[in-house]
Design a protein around this ligand. Structure first.
Ligand SMILES: [Zn+2]
Length: 418
């Protein structure tokens, strides 16, 4: 059967009308609109496929289409959104997965069993821990330690929000065993890019190389506050100047380590600077500055981090101040599977003429899966190249091509694994 995007786009529009207000999508995990979304999805699955859905201990929602073999292909993404989010982030992948099941069922019994999953709380928008559902399935979530103490803006505790949905922290620990029983041989996900790369290349759809590793740290440069008129330049211990030299050095490090290909693109960002005492007539006595380094190659990432540390010491010495590092976040890079990427590349090329490749800066559920099973992702162009806002969009021709390229990627994967 020729791949067709019509039903997926119609479903996306239906969901948008059901869960969006004038500020955007409101499908925040564990809340009433999210539950309504899942209800809608479950009824659709029952009506169109005659299949029941199952929920694992972490609240991930599964649809299973039995195949000739127990070995399975898992397809997934997330129906939850950030508050005032867009109409495509996450639900594009789930609804494209539904189309995979519709096509497979119409064609008879698939060679492999197909599992479609709507991961719970991918966004972490309400309590701050993203990828909770997929991390539970991957066995990388310590629910008690990581989630037990989290509280939302209104003072609601995460365990209480889970309880409203019939889920417990202890129960989340069983999601790993549920996943292991699926005999998954591969994981595929379609998602919007959420950035400007494909749009800038004028490409509707791309192949994702993997998710970048992250090294995020906070630095504190400590000097001596002094009067701006009384303190001669050569006697100052200016913590801000040290931080500023560090920021410029980090830019140099990212430029030096960025290759010409998307695979070797790296980034370094100093997004937060806090100066004290923070008034116009004071030499800054202390300055906090953040650094966020990202690369697809783990070795390159560690080299960048080592060089950034060296640069901070050099800047501190020059300005007669001290520097202290505190780690905020460490994520290892997750390169995707070469064989599956080959299928994605062939499919994207077949539909769109060429197959651009790009790494993903944002994390996705696929990053959790990549540690367990061969994994690949297809990105639809974002235009404008932004997400997590109601203006998030993908032009219909690009949406159509990305859905068809994804369906073909599934076909090729099934033919290979079956
Ligand atoms: Zn998403």
């Amino acid at each position: 059967m020729k791949p067709d995007s019509k039903r997926v786009i119609a479903d996306l529009k239906e969901l948008k009308a059901l869960t969006e207000d004038e500020r955007g999508a409101q499908r925040v995990a564990w809340g009433p609109v999210w539950r309504k979304t899942r209800q809608w999805f479950q009824e659709k699955v029952k009506r169109e496929l005659g299949l029941d859905t199952q929920r694992d201990g972490a609240g991930n929602l599964w649809v299973t289409l039995p195949g000739a073999s127990k070995d399975s292909l898992v397809i997934g993404s997330h129906l939850d959104s950030v508050p005032c989010g867009g109409w495509l982030d996450g639900c594009l992948g789930v609804l494209a997965g539904l189309e995979v099941l519709r096509r497979a069922k119409a064609a008879g019994t698939p060679a492999l069993t197909l599992h479609l999953v709507d991961w719970a709380d991918e966004e972490g928008a309400r309590f701050g821990r993203s990828l909770a559902g997929s991390a539970a399935s991957a066995g990388t979530l310590d629910a008690q330690r990581e989630l037990g103490h989290l509280v939302d803006r209104n003072g609601v505790k995460l365990p209480d929000a889970l309880k409203e949905n019939g889920i417990t922290l202890e129960g989340m620990g069983t999601a790993r065993a549920y996943f292991e029983a699926l005999h998954a041989k591969a994981y595929l996900e379609l998602h919007i890019e959420q950035g400007p790369v494909l749009e800038s290349m004028k490409k509707p759809v791309g192949v994702v190389l993997g998710t970048m590793g992250v090294e995020r740290h906070n630095l504190k440069f400590l000097g001596q506050a002094a009067h701006s008129g009384a303190a001669p330049i050569h006697l100052r211990k200016d913590a801000f100047l040290a931080a500023a030299e560090f920021a410029l050095a980090c830019r140099e490090i990212s430029v030096k380590h960025s290759g010409r290909t998307p695979r070797t693109r790296v980034v370094a960002t100093c997004g937060v600077v806090k100066v004290e005492p923070n008034f116009v007539t004071a030499v800054p006595g202390s300055t906090e500055i953040s650094i966020d380094l990202r690369a697809l190659d783990g070795k390159v990432l560690q080299k960048m981090l080592a060089l950034a540390k060296k640069a901070s010491l050099k800047a501190a010495k020059k300005h007669l101040v001290s520097v202290e590092w505190s780690p905020l976040l460490h994520i290892t890079p997750r390169p995707f599977d070469e064989t599956l990427m080959k299928f994605a590349r062939a499919s994207v090329k077949e539909v769109a003429g060429s197959a651009p490749e790009l790494p993903s800066g944002p994390l996705h559920d696929a990053a959790e899966m990549a540690a367990l099973v061969p994994t690949a992702m297809v990105f639809a162009q974002s235009s404008p190249g932004i997400s997590h806002t109601r203006v998030e969009d993908t032009p219909l021709p690009a949406l159509d091509k990305s859905i068809r390229a994804f369906l073909l990627t599934v076909d090729r994967t099934l033919a290979h694994l079956g």
